[in-house]
Design a protein around this ligand. Structure first.
Ligand code: 5GP
Ligand code: ZN
Length: 189
């Protein structure tokens, strides 16, 4: 029998370290809590004050969140990022949100990273950017635009390509892959 999205969520919830932190089964350095959201310090911080903000309900990736929960979560991220700016005296803040193993997600429970930064701290590698022909950009935008509707009438479904397991095979692409020229770079992958 095919696994439903609910089955996938239930199975991943049972082993979820962030659910165990939220329930108090595993301890964490909590900095904020309300009825829907929990925030605590990352156990391996990029810089002091590196915070994880998670919904209390278990969802794996951002597109699965009900809109009202997503809105509340981002509101808390906004509030905490301002507070963390002040509390840490950071010069800047990165907000990171990884979805799927291919994007670097290790814990299969939606979370935002709030990372305080100092000028020239070299705490994170810059992205490996590429060059692209402006015509190709236009074509990609047209192709993508065809699939997008105003948000009020859209529904969001978890793609079967999304996986948080590093062992799964490469996701199959729909349509032609987009080829871009890599710039010479010494950045880590
Ligand atoms: P991801 O790579 O999934 O975006 O980020 C997961 C984050 O969770 C990592 O930065 C990692 O250090 C953090 N993390 C993993 N396990 C624990 C834990 O048990 N406690 C805390 N506080 N953070 C954790
Ligand atoms: Zn969870």
């Amino acid at each position: 029998m095919a696994q439903t999205q609910q089955d996938v969520l239930k199975a991943s919830k049972e082993q979820c370290i962030f659910c165990k932190i939220i329930s108090g089964d595993i301890s964490a350095a909590k900095i904020y809590e309300d009825d829907k959201v929990f925030a605590f310090l990352d156990i391996n911080p990029v810089n002091a004050g590196h915070t994880l903000v998670v919904p209390k309900d278990h969802y794996i990736v951002l597109p699965q969140l009900p809109d009202d929960l997503a809105m509340h979560l981002i509101k808390v991220v906004k509030y905490l990022s301002g507070a963390i700016f002040e509390m840490t005296g950071a010069h800047g803040i990165n907000i990171y949100q990884n979805n799927g193993a291919a994007a670097g997600q290790e814990v299969p429970h939606v979370h935002f990273h709030i990372i305080p930064r100092r000028q020239d701290d070299n705490a994170m590698s810059p992205w490996n950017r590429s060059k692209i022909d402006p015509e190709q950009l236009k074509q990609i935008a047209e192709e993508m635009g065809k699939n997008l509707k105003p948000i009020s009438s859209s529904t969001v479904k978890l793609s079967s390509n999304t996986s948080v397991s590093k062992k799964t095979s490469k996701p199959k692409r729909k349509g032609k892959p987009v080829k871009v020229k890599r710039r010479n770079s010494t950045n880590s992958p």
